[in-house]
Design a binder for this molecule. Sequence first.
Ligand code: PLP
Length: 432
Amino acid sequence: MNTPPLATKSAAGQPAVDLDVAALRADFPILGSKVHGGLPLVYFDNAATTQAPRPVIQSIVDTCERHYANVHRGIHTLSEQSTELYENVRQKIRELIGAPAVEQVIFTTGTTASINLVARSWGDANVRAGDEILLTEMEHHANIVPWQQLAARTGAVLRYIPITDDGRLQLETLPRLLSLRTRLVAFTAVSNVLGTINPVREIVRAAHGAGALALVDAAQCVPHQSIDVQVWDCDFLAFSGHKMLGPSGVGVLYGRRELLEAMPPFLGGGSMIRRVTLEGFEPADLPAKFEAGTPPIVGVIGLGVAIDYLNRVGFEAINRHEEKLAVRAHEILSSIPGVRILGPAPPRTAGIVSFVLEGIHAHDVAHRLDRQGIAVRAGHHCAMPLHKRLGVAASTRASFYLYNTAEEVEFLGKAVQEVQRFFRRGRPHARA
Ligand code: PLP
């Protein structure tokens, strides 16, 4: 398997801020793709899904060719191999997020599934009519809808931390919004639209101060920066493997042990039981209790390889690289008349830049960028309430990762101007 190049070292042996992006890119076959008859692909849709490097792709092939069998079940060599590979990844994730024990790392199918698990299992058991769940105005639908469903089932009330016009949480409202009825504060560590990085520790502390639990949606955070759930002191944390170089269909829920132990299983079926009779069942211990059925075995093993890859490159170097790209993207886009950027200006943002072009629909912008080889996301990015708050129906989002280059960001600026020229020339039917 390929060993990814490290960030270049400084003279003192400390990781320097610059990644060897050209060497990294060689590990990602898809980045060499040409689109629309020969244009080089510029992949700026990383907040939706990231691309897989060769070691991850190879691990999928290796698992299928040499180690594939169901986990935790068979007393045969292949099953033992796949179980060991699968369980090793739990340990890698424990280390990645600083969890005290592997039993607190639950495999799910993604951030959405992780949050739904908490809403169904913890929520149904603990939330009563009149209790309050505090969210923010910048949440992804995955961290809104499960709570709306819980509220509909229980009679709980949802409240929202408002944002400023430039996309930061108005944390001064916390004392007023938190009450003795608040059971949970569920919030994103990093906005998938604005790139805003929220002060997780501060919000968790405020939640605990009010006697509430704290759930962190870390889908846009774990892939980009090193975190520690014990430092954050959060009660639940959710993220997805496909946003961090891994295969799709795998996610993680971390939970505080005593909470997970007290929570009833969410899905019932194989693997999650200790004993079943015709009259009932006794659930298995953690983490099996929350992993009913056959898990995404190949995907979990691939995620482990993705984590190895990211660790070798180094999260600090990745983070600085993305920040540099975001700073430059802001500079370029904000200098173009008719461009409105959503969210705060760097340096306090992640590698996500969403923008609106005056008079041009976001889908048309994305379509015309695609015609120039640039893949971006357009629409509400699963954050309709946030777009409503900002007074726009949709936006175009460029999101960066370790393999994006400064040249690509420069090209984005030129391509956006080309989009404006195209529509100024009066050709509004670009999508046809
Ligand atoms: N939360 C945030 C902040 C996200 O950006 C996303 C995905 O875009 C999700 C949740 C949902 O992740 P998944 O679709 O992997 O479940």
